[in-house]
Ligand binder design. Structure first.
Ligand SMILES: Nc1nc2c(c(=O)[nH]1)N[C@H]1C(S)=C(S)[C@@H](COP(=O)(O)O)O[C@H]1N2
Ligand SMILES: [Mo]
Length: 197
């Protein structure tokens, strides 16, 4: 009885080491989409990087698959307060995609099929911090979770991980994306609780 109630209390009160402030653990994987789920066939999918100099690079699905693929073990944190610990993804690092991109801009806007946008400083996308991910827990990423491919930027709140991603545009200002125009924080670091403006 004592053990039972202690275990129960522990779940609610004791801080979980890997959990940012104000977050709770969840075992399932909630779907949070601002609109309907776009159905994009892999043959029709493409991803491009646009700089101030014009289109810098584009990849078809097959071209993406030909790049070095990384396995990513990471925690994810949604601004609506759920966190999932120890998730496994496969994807291509943005370091790989940006390898030959020349830009003087410091900011990026991620774009998705369906029109979603989210702004991210370029430094939050590079140095092993972000991927175009297409597998979750060993399975192809489901359309509801952004399949065929989504951005994965796990050190920021999960709204920055644009589902159905199809491009990144570089910009010289940190202009707000979809949720950022609707009151979410420009940056979104869960450890600093950068939830809203
Ligand atoms: N294209 C697109 N990407 C999106 C969203 C969206 O509505 N559209 N929602 C964001 C939000 S608010 C969150 S919390 C996560 C949710 O991802 P999930 O549905 O896989 O849990 O996706 C983010 N990426
Ligand atoms: Mo979210």
């Amino acid at each position: 009885m004592a053990g039972f109630s202690r275990g129960f209390g522990a779940r609610r009160r004791e801080p979980v080491p890997d959990l940012p402030p104000g977050q709770y653990l969840t075992e399932d994987f909630p779907v949070l989409s601002a609109g309907p789920t776009p159905r994009i066939a892999r043959e029709d999918w493409s991803f491009r990087i646009l700089t101030e100099r014009g289109i810098s690079a584009t990849w078809t699905w097959d071209q993406l698959m030909a790049l070095p693929i990384e396995e990513v073990h990471t925690d994810i944190h949604c601004v609506t307060r759920w966190s999932k610990l120890g998730t496994t993804w496969r994807g291509v690092s943005l370091d790989t995609l940006f390898a030959d991109v020349e830009t003087d801009d410091d900011y990026a806007m991620a774009h998705s099929y369906g029109g979603y946008t989210t702004n991210i400083p370029l430094e939050d996308l590079l140095d092993g911090k972000a991927w175009v991910a297409f597998e979750f827990e060993g399975e192809p990423l489901e359309p509801e979770h952004g399949g065929p491919a989504r951005l994965l930027v796990p050190h920021l709140y999960f709204w920055k991980s644009a589902k159905w991603v199809n491009g990144i545009t570089l910009q010289d200002r940190d202009d707000p994306g979809f949720w950022e125009q609707n009151g979410y924080n420009l940056h979104g670091d869960p450890w600093k609780e950068e939830r809203y403006w």
